[in-house]
Design a protein around this ligand. Structure first.
Ligand SMILES: Cc1cc2nc3c(=O)[nH]c(=O)nc-3n(C[C@H](O)[C@H](O)[C@H](O)COP(=O)(O)OP(=O)(O)OC[C@H]3O[C@@H](n4cnc5c(N)ncnc54)[C@H](O)[C@@H]3O)c2cc1C
Length: 553
């Protein structure tokens, strides 16, 4: 048949497509006043140009597509090669590597630890807030790499070798001798089958070898994400008790360390990222910190990953709010654009308040981390308690928020093409790992009871907003008496109120009055329903939306 002969085209066009939103990309993920103001306020004004550049890149059609493809083409485990030799490798779609390369190059992994500029950790957090608009999964290895550095410093001779590589801006996947690579990624293995929150139940055994500081491990981990990382911080039981170890996948002589990946987890979300079950048998490991002090050593890592959970929840909120705002500007129903319908404006404004509160708190926590690592004791005490408070509350709000933002798109929001189901499935994870909700709430009680200065640091921060809003003043007074009666059964209630007071105090100090007033009027025991979109009559919806969704709401 002559293929040049034009065939009649089938007439499938039964209708004209109208009233559907155009693609959002390209857009600028840094176009968020709460983010940019927080960046400047917390000492990283110098980073603004870079954040704006990264924000534009995150919202580009190319980067948005990477995010989608990395999740659609999930990582695959290759346990053996064709000859039956174990390889224990995970293969990723090229999009994953594109995302990782940009993230590492932009300093979202370990880079801030070698950056002397005040605000370096704030700049990294702001970078995560914008680059996370692409997708969340690759934030796991970058977060663990960032977080491994302060824990590794407990063993200076190991830090000397590995820190320059963990803080490098070069992403180089693949199994090679770590010290010979231009940049490394780190993971962590704490959780075992019989216990995750309660790591004291770990059974993986660490046996000392003849060489001081070197052990062999035997046992398993039930969750170890990003198993393609180069090195891992792993908890195991040494003769002196639960201890922290550095486990490389390739040993200094070039041979493979025993790191047998049994399988990858089939997860609700976070599907671009691989989460594995490794087994150790004769696995060579280097002790990090003293024997028996494993939790104390690795908690340095958890401090950092918890901040990233808050950051990632705030990112999901902002990303889904932007998607919702875009849709309602282009979609009409019952004769008017959705964005002009009073009840939709109430929903969007309520989401905008929540998003701004989350972003503002994230950057305040990043500022505290930045100043704490530079030796500010007051900020260290504030960071200790406020990060646990923020991790509990902001990650708890994520699932409800993303569900509501998804609903703004109607049926389209429930369909994978929109990207909203992916964000919705990611949200609960941030509340589970790095201390599930109850564990975080109880950790706040522990900090209050055991950490000198923690309560004072929190109330000191709240006092900076004293007199600015009557409802906030009343909440803070109430918190003081609740604290005296704090017990496990009421821990969630207490921590929720602490978080809301903290968010309100920041908004009262830094956000426009319309935002701060609406937040205090509703979140601090006021006239507010249980679902989003229940702001009371008289709330300044226009001012809130103009700020949250600039460029025509
Ligand atoms: C996708 C994914 C990736 C992960 N990646 C890693 C990883 O890379 N490395 C790693 O080490 N772990 C990882 N984890 C494990 C994760 O950190 C744990 O699942 C989490 O800490 C909870 O531990 P658990 O699953 O053992 O639950 P449990 O500890 O059994 O907790 C179950 C429930 O009980 C609650 N609870 C626990 N103690 C108390 C208490 N005293 N009072 C009241 N309630 C309590 C918890 O809040 C939770 O709701 C990952 C998990 C997921 C889902």
């Amino acid at each position: 048949m002559d293929s040049t002969v034009a065939l009649p085209q089938p007439q499938y066009a039964t209708h004209e497509v109208t009233n559907q939103a155009p693609p959002l990309a390209p857009y600028d993920a840094s176009d968020d006043p709460a983010l940019l103001e927080g960046l400047r306020r917390e000492g990283a004004e110098w980073a603004e140009e870079g954040i704006r550049r990264l924000g534009a890149r995150a919202g580009s059609a190319e980067a948005q597509e990477w995010g989608e493809l990395a999740n659609r083409h999930e990582p695959e485990l290759r346990t053996h090669d064709r000859y039956g030799n174990r390889v224990d490798e995970v293969d990723f779609h090229p999009s994953w590597h594109h995302l990782m390369r940009v993230a590492v190059a932009e300093g979202l992994a370990g880079a801030p630890w070698t950056d002397d500029r005040p605000g370096a950790h704030v700049a990294r957090t702001a970078g995560g807030l914008v680059w996370g608009h692409t997708e969340s999964g690759h934030g796991c290895p970058t977060s663990m790499t960032y977080a491994a550095v302060p824990a590794l410093r407990a063993q200076p001779e190991l830090a000397k070798v590995y820190e320059p590589l963990l803080t490098s801006r070069v992403y180089e996947p693949g199994l090679r001798v770590p010290a010979e690579k231009p940049g490394l990624l780190a993971g962590m293995g704490m959780t075992e089958k019989q216990g995750g929150s309660d790591v004291r139940t770990n059974t993986t055994a660490a046996t000392p070898t003849a060489e001081p500081g070197v052990y062999t491990l035997r046992g398993h981990k039930w969750f170890t994400s990003a198993p393609m990382c180069d090195v891992f911080l792993v908890l195991a039981q040494a003769p002196g008790g639960l201890s922290c170890f550095l486990v490389p996948r390739v040993l200094p002589d070039g041979s493979r360390n025993a790191f047998r990946i049994q399988r990858l987890k089939d997860k609700l979300g976070n599907r671009s990222n691989a989460s594995s079950e490794p087994e150790f048998d004769g696995t060579v490991a280097w002790l990090v910190g003293p024997e028996g002090r494993g939790v104390k050593t690795i908690i340095e890592m958890v401090n950092c990953t918890r901040l990233d959970c808050v950051m990632n929840s705030a990112t999901l909120m902002r990303k889904t709010l932007v998607e919702a705002g875009h849709h309602v500007r282009h979609r009409s129903a019952f004769g008017a654009r959705l964005v002009d319908q009073p009840l939709m404006r109430n929903v969007l404004a309520d989401l905008a308040l929540e998003s701004e509160a989350a972003t503002t708190l994230t950057l305040r926590l990043a500022g505290a981390a930045d100043r704490a690592v530079r030796g500010d004791e007051q900020e260290r005490a504030f960071r200790r308690i406020a990060t646990a408070v923020g991790k509990y509350w902001v990650t708890k709000r994520g699932p409800a928020f993303t569900a509501e933002a998804l609903e703004c798109l109607g049926g389209n929001g429930y369909v994978e093409d929109s990207g909203m189901p992916r964000h919705y499935r990611e949200a609960p994870l941030l509340s589970i790992w790095e201390g599930s909700g109850n564990v975080n709430a109880l950790d706040v009680l522990r900090a209050l009871a055991r950490e000198p200065g923690a309560a004072d640091a929190l109330f000191g921060e709240l006092a900076l907003a004293r007199g600015a809003h009557a409802r906030l003043d009343a909440t803070v007074t109430g918190l003081r008496s609740e604290l005296a009666e704090a017990d496990q059964v009421s821990a969630r209630r207490l921590v929720e109120r602490m978080a809301l007071a903290l968010q309100a105090s920041l908004l009262v100090r830094y956000a426009p009055a319309a935002v701060a007033d609406a937040f205090c009027a509703t979140r601090l025991g006021g006239d507010w329903g249980h679902a989003f979109g229940t702001l009371p009559a008289g709330t300044g919806l226009d001012a809130i939306l103009e700020r949250a969704l600039p460029g025509g709401n």
